[in-house]
Write a protein that binds this ligand. Structure first.
Ligand code: ADP
Ligand code: MG
Length: 172
């Protein structure tokens, strides 16, 4: 059976991993966290001193994922989306959280002042939504609110329905 590939993106802290893992367990699709994948394979290309984090080697990440993505049925989770091949994804969800909600989540993670401010700005200016619109067809890019547990439940149910419809439409 053919299954779709789904991209979950958005500012750190919006809830991509929470949604991705739950969605994977309920749909049977495979969940891939690009940050974890990069760490496991050390898919890095230098170090960003300003942000105090390694720089992702995007080409190696793409090479690493290519086979699985062409098979289908993968949920990809990452706070960036402009370096994945456009053809990989059948639908793109940009998760969004209110500033106050996001601030608290990132504070809990122990982010420093600069990192907090940068991420809140990233959310305010809808950086990931703009990046998604610039990288994928507008009609497959959707924003999802991700503030409260009911949002999570709604998002899961909506996406499960979408997957079911996609499978029907793509079976011959
Ligand atoms: P991301 O992967 O986008 O960085 P996470 O999935 O790690 O975000 O979520 C960040 C924090 O927000 C976690 O503590 C998680 O439990 C919480 N969270 C995520 N989604 C929701 C939601 N819909 N309602 C309430 N809390 C949420
Ligand atoms: Mg995450």
């Amino acid at each position: 059976m053919l299954l779709p590939n789904i991209l979950l993106t958005g500012t750190p802290g919006v809830g991509k991993t929470t949604l991705g893992k739950e969605l994977a367990s309920r749909s049977g699709l495979k969940y891939i966290n690009v940050g974890d994948l990069a760490q496991e394979g050390q898919l890095y290309d230098g170090y960003d001193e300003e942000y105090d984090c390694p720089i992702l080697d995007e080409d190696r990440v793409v090479d690493e994922l290519e086979n699985q993505m062409s098979e289908g049925g993968v949920i990809v989770d990452y706070h960036g989306c402009d370096f994945f091949p456009e053809r990989w994804f059948h639908i793109v969800f940009v998760l969004q959280a209110d500033n106050s909600v996001l601030y608290k989540r990132l504070e809990t993670r122990g982010y420093n002042e600069k990192k907090l401010k940068d991420n809140i700005q990233c959310e305010i200016f809808q950086v990931l939504y703009e990046e998604a619109l610039a990288s994928y067809k507008e009609e497959i890019v959707h924003q999802l609110p991700s503030n409260k547990p009911e949002d999570l439940e709604d998002n899961i149910n909506q996406i499960l329905k979408w997957i079911e419809q996609w499978v029907k439409d793509n079976s011959s």
